[in-house]
Design a protein around this ligand. Structure first.
Ligand code: MIC
Ligand code: SF4
Length: 645
């Protein structure tokens, strides 16, 4: 029986476990990436492990999220990350060099290698045939130290592409169509493999848009084969030497198959407030818009922005619309400048931002109240833009640009003939904003620069025998990490300071949560399905840890968040019967007895006593061998320290 592409890469990297669906496996990680909003914690964790130099083939630290420096905090973090990278053998992509996923694809990614990154959109690397996975900072720290990365052996979904996209229909519309079919929880525990004749019609940046937004499916990763198109892209980046041909065997067996005819796709948008709330432009109609933002790791490649420049050339942004554009990398920005397209953008009235995440993570450009904003980004969760009642639609760059001119949501197919937008044969390469690490002989002398806002990792303790705690919060389905640990320009500078950031935990759902959790001392959170979807931020586990949360009981979890809870030593439990969710109310007193013993004995069903109502329910504690040990040790840091001993 043949193998899928994912299975081939896993097979080459398997260091623990067996290639059996649903079981836990440990894979060797070739490359890691971090960004600044998760990086400070990840490097503090790496430091705490006491490994002098990274053991990966390539580790890169990017500065792209916290670039609005309205106080000393972010600049301090940049200096800290730069210095720690230099000391421990990590490449450092300086602020201004671009968004981690875009730069990594351009300059570091290698087909067939494994990559984990402390950012959920790391699967962008699947666009060139890498098995790339988003993870919590602690997992990345362990991988930098040479440890395996553990995942559940995934189910593999084949998306068979046929046909060819029509003019003005974009890769963004393809992934929106996939989201429409699979929903934001449809990818949990799965890797999405794109196959079929249609693959040959998609360029690397188009493929990367699709794999990037696989994160919104909850998928472990998404991947395209590495073919001649990949080779051309790498050649244009002067990296043809890293190219290898990779694809699934023709007789590979998949767990699920979905057919998509690219020729049938039409322009679409994800409507507020979920990436899977997808409608066609006709279904939405010509709604009036207030803002357009173009950029983010999903749609900020050179080709994307050349299309935008072509549409805007010689025209003026509609008077009622504010248009901002953030190129994905310095390479993109520079090439736009060199060929004159930047001038077309500026002349049309676009507000050009630095190459960074910017508005995507609420770092500026929040829309007006109730403002309708079209964005080429990947997430439109409520409040993420920084404006609670902002109405965010996720669209392609083509749709965004034409709508910026008309002032209403407009089908780009009305533009008539589409000129060819080809990937350049040669990109302009200048890695002068990537700092190399110190040589092994000089590492000792590198001083680590720590700012006063950088506080240590919160203290964790081994799991207790009994948990007796009140329910400090009860939330609904599809809670995102943006609900648990909001981001934005005001809160992000606190990412290195868990005590301070904890005061904002869950405040979008209930502003009294932090105070209540502190008052209760120890507590339990109750939630619905797909709890913790969205980002990889481990702060969504570290802040509850700091506030005394001992367990989270939900109908189902998103993958990265569940792993982050385990890494923080918080017990992830699920209801055996979903309706039991209704049997717990806020402030109920809940008890789990002899839980340590039960977990040590691999008991998966625990009895939860609700002392307030007098009822008992069964909750599931499904931990693999290693996850069990991590929970017993009180988190991954304690566990790793014990292992290193
Ligand atoms: C996001 O898009 O939500 C982020 C900000 O990039 C996060 C990481 C973070 O919260 O720092 C992610 O996707 O993992
Ligand atoms: Fe940055 Fe947005 Fe991409 Fe997250 S999704 S890495 S915030 S651009």
């Amino acid at each position: 029986m043949g193998l899928t592409l994912t299975e081939k890469i896993i097979k080459n990297h398997l260091i623990d476990g067996e290639m059996k669906k649903g079981t836990e496996i440990g894979i060797k990680i070739d490359q890691t990436l971090t960004q600044d909003a998760t990086g400070t914690m990840a490097y503090l964790e790496f430091e705490a492990m006491g490994v002098p130099r990274v053991k990966t083939e390539r580790s890169v630290a990017y500065i792209d999220h916290n670039t609005l420096q309205s106080g000393f905090e972010n600049a301090d973090d940049h200096r800290f990350i730069g210095s720690i990278a230099k000391k421990h053998g990590i490449y450092f992509s300086r602020p201004g060099n671009g968004i981690c996923h875009q730069v990594h694809l351009e300059r570091f990614g290698i087909p067939g290698k494994t990559l984990i990154g402390s950012d959920s959109h790391t699967p962008t690397g699947g666009g060139i045939g890498m098995l790339s996975i988003g993870a919590g900072g602690l997992d990345v720290a362990v991988a930098m130290g040479g440890g395996a990365y553990y995942i559940t052996y995934p189910k593999i979904v084949k998306i068979n592409l046929t046909g060819k996209l029509s003019p003005w229909v974009a890769a963004k519309d393809v992934i929106l169509q996939v989201l429409r079919i699979m929903t934001v929880k449809g990818g949990v525990g799965k890797v999405i493999e794109y196959c079929g004749e249609g693959v040959k019609t998609l360029s690397v940046p188009e493929r990367a848009t699709i794999t990037n937004m696989g994160a919104e499916l909850g998928a472990t990763s998404s991947i395209f084969p590495s073919d001649d198109i990949t080779r051309e892209f790498l050649k244009a980046q002067n990296r043809e030497n890293v190219w290898v041909e990779l694809s699934a065997d023709t007789d590979a067996v998949y767990d699920e198959e979905i057919n998509i005819n690219l020729s049938e796709i039409i322009p679409m948008a994800a409507c507020p407030h979920m990436p899977d709330n997808v409608k066609t432009v006709n279904e939405i109609g010509n709604i009036k818009i207030d803002q357009v933002c173009i950029g983010s790791c999903t749609n900020s490649s050179l080709v994307d922005l050349l299309k935008v420049a072509h549409i805007l050339k010689g025209k003026t942004v509609h008077p009622d619309v504010s248009l901002s554009i953030a190129p994905g990398s310095k390479q993109v920005f520079n090439m736009l400048a060199e060929n004159g397209a930047l001038s077309d953008l500026i002349a049309a009235g676009a507000r050009i931002l630095e190459c960074a995440c910017g508005p995507c993570i609420g770092m500026g450009q929040s829309p007006n109240s109730k403002g309708i904003s079209l964005r080429t980004f990947n997430r439109n969760f409520e409040g993420r833009s920084g404006t609670k009642d902002g109405q965010i639609y996720l669209v392609s760059p083509e749709l965004a640009a034409v709508s910026a001119l008309t002032g209403v949501l407009t089908d780009p197919r009305t533009l008539g003939n589409m000129p060819e937008f080809k990937i350049p044969e040669v990109f302009s390469i200048n890695d002068n904003m990537i700092e190399l690490p110190a040589d092994e002989t000089d590492m000792e002398s590198v001083e680590i620069l720590r700012g006063p806002n950088i506080k240590p990792f919160p203290v964790t303790s081994p799991l207790s025998d009994n948990i007796s705690a009140k329910c400090s919060l009860k939330v609904d389905d599809n809670i995102t990490t943006d609900h648990i640990m909001p981001a934005g320009a005001k809160i992000l500078p606190l990412r290195s300071n868990i005590p301070a950031i904890s005061n904002h935990c869950f405040t979008v759902c209930d502003e009294n949560f932090p105070a209540r959790a502190k008052e209760y001392g120890e507590s339990i959170i109750v939630g619905g399905v797909n709890y913790g979807q969205g980002s990889s931020r481990e702060h969504a586990a570290l802040a509850p840890l700091y506030l005394g949360v001992k367990a989270v009981i939900v109908k189902s979890f998103a993958r990265i968040h569940r792993a982050n809870l385990i890494n923080a030593g918080i017990l992830p439990l699920t209801f055996k019967t979903e309706n039991d969710y209704d049997l717990i109310s806020l402030s109920d007193e809940l008890v789990l007895e002899n839980v340590r013993e039960a977990i040590s004995d691999s008991v998966t069903e625990l009895t939860l006593k609700n002392k307030t109502t007098g009822r008992e329910i069964t909750v599931l504690c499904e931990l693999s061998g290693r996850a069990k040990d991590i929970i017993l040790a009180g988190g991954l840091l304690n566990y790793t320290r014990e292992q290193l001993k």
